[in-house]
Design a protein. Structure first.
Lengths: 171, 411
């Protein structure tokens, strides 16, 4: 068994607003990048039922940027990890690799909200929101952010299981 | 099985709704556990809900397996009791009567049954999942609850088991056929024809029949800002062989004639109808998304006067937004002096890419800080004419974009 992974489980730590921390004892960002290249399934979260067929890992100082694609999905997932004092953190992510049908359903649900419908303009993106982020605004489960990028940003947080908008953001 | 980092990410204060599986329907023959009656709940915050409940740490919270009929897999669930009270662990499989496809209790075996997890201690349970040979292809799911603590959810009859994990099993048959691409996006000019190719590769040892056709959906489309319509089958011709030979690749040609009156988004789906049991119907679809525009037949004309000038500078810019912004920014420029059209190329080309670094530009639930996202594209061509002839000059611009800006400087 991997003692580094054991150590990460043994220490409970509250979530921060910005990141989730792992206590994997790692040497450098290059070490981590190599581990991600070798075992992407251990670090990444493709949309349910799909696998990444292309994973690009680049190191920028202590930042590790991972761009992943699936041949069965349009779009790209981007992950930003940070190695800081031996801890690996998933600092940010942008997950847009989704089936078109899921995107369309999410947009449809978002537009069923009157506030969103009346304010949305310009182009739209649909992104996955992982459970650890969703927990801060709704529930710890995977939901979707449907965002229109116009003069104002209008966004709906959508629970596709319940087919409803759970939060709305207007900049 | 290698532990996954994602398990830690889902570690603290996570409760997951059961995943309702998609896929082919299955007859419900058995309910393993009857859920408690739903009770109206005041929305008083998560702390209040967890007041009298002991939560344990469970890793992983999600487990997703892909198995063929007859295959099995084993994984380990780690439990930790961070509290001050001992907890009775009694793992059991939970399904709900309204789940479409569920993992049957018979598929699952565990190496531990009921035991006490003392305060501050850890334990592991090995869980084996074996898919019966006669199970149909599809997505199956269930909950594995480790204690009997529940609380009901507002707006849902499904209660939450406080200490649970979700198990999803994708029962699959490896497809022999590979299809590429699955999505065809293009910007098309009204009145023109386009040909697209879909490649169908047979990696198996037997020939596979196929019968591609255009599928016309009945869905009403969602975009109120731009017309969206289905591509009519009278505007599409599909050429394809009826059989894909083993170890070979076939080409499906899709020819689209864009109506001269087409506007907005044209959508279509090509269903390949391949006889491969490993491919669900939706896996054999290729989506067409064509953004139609009408190129103007007459250019925009700007006339200006030059008198004893040393230089004329003409600058033309076009912008677009979104990920495919670069494709939709183009224009043809002609410059006329009093003597006629000039053969002049841009002396300078500027491309500007708008990139967002999140922050206050994105909603708070898009934690994309530090990630670059392309939001816009702007292309500028600058034409310079030294010692221009005095008289009336003209600039003509024929755009392939929705809007542009033009500036003329006479020095």
């Amino acid at each position: 068994m991997d003692n580094k992974a054991d150590e990460k489980f043994n220490q409970s730590e509250p979530n921060t607003n910005q990141s989730l921390k792992s206590k994997i004892r790692l040497q450098t960002a290059e070490d981590v990048a190599e581990r991600i290249r070798s075992n992407p399934d251990d670090f990444l979260f493709p949309y349910d039922g799909f696998n990444y067929t292309e994973v690009n890992v680049s190191v920028e100082g202590e930042r590790i940027v991972v761009k992943a694609r699936s041949e069965d999905l349009p779009g790209e997932d981007v992950y930003l990890f940070v190695v800081d004092n031996g801890s690996l953190t998933l600092k940010s992510y942008l997950l847009e690799a989704l089936p078109l049908s899921v995107k369309e359903k999410a947009i449809s649900v978002a537009l069923s909200n009157e506030t969103v419908y009346e304010n949305a303009e310009r182009y739209v993106t649909v992104r996955r929101v992982l459970p650890h982020t969703a927990a801060k605004f709704y529930l710890p489960k995977e939901v979707f952010s449907v965002t229109w990028h116009g003069d104002r940003v209008v966004s709906a947080l959508v629970d596709l299981d319940e087919e409803r908008v759970v939060r709305v953001f207007i900049s | 099985m290698v532990r996954k980092m994602r398990c830690l990410i889902l570690l603290a204060s996570l409760i997951l709704l059961p995943v309702v599986a998609a896929g082919s329907s299955a007859e419900v023959v058995k309910v393993v556990s009857v859920p408690p009656e739903p009770v109206p709940v005041q929305m008083g915050g998560m702390e209040k809900v967890y007041e009298n409940v002991t939560k344990i740490a469970i890793e992983p919270r999600y487990k997703h397996l892909r198995l063929m009929p007859g295959e099995e897999s084993e994984f380990t669930v780690k439990l930790k009791n961070p509290g001050e009270k001992d907890v009775v662990i009694e793992p059991k499989v939970i399904v709900f009567p309204f789940m479409e496809n569920y993992v049957d209790e018979d598929w699952i075996s565990m190496d531990r049954e009921k035991f006490v997890l003392k305060a501050g201690e850890k334990a592991e349970i090995k869980i084996k999942v074996k898919v019966p040979e006669d199970v149909e292809k599809g997505y199956y799911s269930c909950i594995i609850a480790f204690t009997n603590d529940t609380f009901p959810m507002p707006y849902s009859v499904k209660p939450f088991y406080v200490n649970q994990m979700s198990l999803g099993v994708n029962v699959w048959i490896p497809p022999k056929i590979k299809i590429y691409p699955k999505f065809i996006d293009d910007r098309v000019e009204a009145g023109k024809s386009y040909e697209y190719k879909i490649y169908v590769e047979n990696t198996g040892d037997e020939p596979v029949k196929m019968n591609p056709e255009l599928f016309k959906g009945e869905d009403v489309y969602y975009d109120p800002f731009s017309p969206v319509s289905w591509i009519d089958e009278s505007h599409v011709t599909i050429e394809a062989p009826s059989v894909v030979q083993p170890k070979s690749k076939a080409v499906v040609k899709v020819k689209v004639s864009v109506p001269s009156t087409a506007k907005g988004m044209l959508k279509g789906t090509v269903k390949l109808n391949v006889e491969d049991p490993g491919l669900d119907e939706w896996m054999q679809r290729v989506e067409l998304n064509l953004r139609a525009y009408e190129k103007p037949s007459e250019p925009f004309v700007k006339v200006f006067q030059v008198s004893n000038a040393t230089k004329v500078t003409v600058k033309v810019s076009a912008s677009s937004y979104g990920r495919s912004a670069e494709k939709s920014c183009d224009f043809d420029v002609k410059i006329f002096s009093p003597s006629g059209v000039l053969s002049v190329k841009p002396s300078k080309l500027v491309e500007e890419v708008g990139v967002a670094l999140s922050g206050n530009k994105l909603p708070p639930w898009e934690e994309a800080e530090g990630i670059y996202t392309v939001t816009s594209y702007r292309k500028t061509e600058i034409y310079t004419v030294e010692n221009p002839e005095s008289g009336t000059w003209k600039v003509e611009i024929l755009p392939s974009c929705e809007s542009f800006t033009l500036s003329v400087e006479v020095e």
